[in-house]
Design a protein around this ligand. Structure first.
Ligand code: XIL
Length: 413
């Protein structure tokens, strides 16, 4: 079910779509002109209000900037290392990665896009590779002593939604009866080539991304891989990745905005099925894009316990909790920091929870900003603001990591 802000926006847009043509028809009709004018004025006002709501740059007072020097001094990375915990951020280019604040804060990175199929293969046949950008980022990260998460090998949505590369078009070049075998070969070759290329450098892979359906909770997404190969495509991807690098930690990465309900259950069932079938899956990545609501932390903790019982490790892989979710607090930035530290606290309570990665470094570059209708601003989910001031979350996370580093029980990797 779509969240109410989005439902409201869609309903209003649809109403405007009906009301505008109706008023235009009435305008042309002599006796109903007045009514037509009135409806048009209402449409204009509602439309303006709607656009203002969506695009108005909501801002909150950035009080933390007054003590930013103290915050800037925090060496989060050292404390994450001391707690044997991966604290990471997604990064899209080498320039961001070489920023000194970045290097002082994180001990792990995930290339945000550079390792996706559409970036690595430069033709529809999926056999001409270009590793230049990814190699540069991965090598630099390793020189700096960072761990690299590989994101992501098999992601159905990429072909279905972005059509780049459009695997359906590729498969239509084969007779109908050969298409499944062609796609099977393609997965095997792609995973073998990419994992093999980074063997020994990328130690953790999101092998399959978002296998669960969004619109049919509890089911697998009927993506291009599923349509030709059925659920077995997941097994194929993991087997092949394991063969290409037996030492790599292999993860299944999924989007869950809370940790109960049909999708959450389906994820656990899937993990259990894969384990029972002897599929070499080591971990589960919980993306954790908190966009419309915050999750229950007690729910998160018990979900973690259940995953750990299933025999997998867990990482929070793509964290962002939009600032808009804290708008009712006296200081939303402080409330956001407290939420992140509570989440980290819950994660650190369980030794199966190995890391926490933000899906960005500064609020200047946030993937949610490009979709204002779906994600009305302010987003500002990261540890540094758009002008690189450290945000209060930094201190909260630092306290958690320092406490963990001082406890003998706290060894996450
Ligand atoms: C997003 C990137 O952040 C954007 O830059 C890109 O345009 C689209 O993909 N779940 C995932 C990530 O697994 O790969 C997505 O990243 C965000 C949602």
């Amino acid at each position: 079910m779509l969240p109410y802000v989005v439902q409201l926006q869609i309903a209003l847009c649809l109403a405007l779509f009906v009301a505008i043509p109706t008023s235009l028809i009435l305008l042309c009709w002599k006796r109903k002109r007045k009514l037509g004018v009135r409806i048009l004025i209402i449409c204009f006002l509602v439309g303006t209000a709607l656009l203002t709501f969506i695009f108005y740059p909501h801002t909150f007072k950035k009080s933390y900037r007054s003590n930013s020097r103290d915050l800037q001094m925090i060496a989060l990375r050292a404390h994450a290392d001391a707690a044997h915990f991966y604290l990471g951020a997604a990064v899209d280019d080498l320039k961001t990665l070489s920023n000194s604040r970045f290097l002082a804060t994180f001990n792990s990175i995930t290339p945000e896009n550079a390792l996706k199929m559409r970036q690595l293969v430069s033709n529809a046949q999926v056999d001409v590779y270009d590793f230049a950008k990814a190699d540069a980022m991965v090598n630099f990260a390793l020189q700096q002593g960072l761990r690299v998460r590989g994101h992501t090998l098999v992601w159905g949505k990429l072909s279905d939604l972005f059509r780049d590369p459009d695997l359906e078009v590729y498969l239509h070049g084969f007779p109908v009866e050969d298409r499944a075998a062609a796609l099977q070969r393609l997965i095997e070759l792609y995973v073998k080539t990419v994992v093999g290329h980074f063997r020994g450098r990328i130690v953790t892979w999101d092998v399959v991304n978002e296998p669960l359906s969004i619109f049919h909770p509890g089911q697998l997404e009927h993506n291009v891989y599923w349509r030709y190969l059925g659920p077995g495509y997941i097994r194929t991807a993991f087997m092949q990745a394991h063969k290409a690098d037996p030492d790599a930690k292999l993860y299944l990465n999924e989007e869950l905005s809370n940790f109960s309900g049909k999708r959450a259950e389906a994820l656990i069932n899937l993990v259990n099925q894969l384990k029972r079938a002897g599929v070499p899956i080591d971990g589960v990545g919980l993306q954790s894009h908190f966009i419309y609501a915050l999750p229950s932390l007690a729910g998160f903790q018990s979900y973690l316990e259940r995953l750990a019982k299933s025999g997998v490790t867990v990482e929070i892989t793509e964290l962002d909790a939009r600032l808009a979710l804290f708008r009712s607090a006296d200081d939303p930035y402080i409330a956001q920091g407290q939420f992140y530290s509570s989440l980290l606290h819950s994660c650190l309570q369980n030794l199966a929870c190995k890391g926490m990665t933000f899906w960005g470094f500064t609020d200047k570059h946030c993937w949610l900003d490009s979709l204002p209708l779906l994600f009305p601003k302010p987003n500002e989910p990261y540890l540094f603001d758009a002008e690189l001031y450290a945000k209060p979350a930094l201190r909260n996370l630092d306290l958690e990591l320092t406490n963990c580093a001082h406890s003998l029980m706290c060894r996450h990797r």
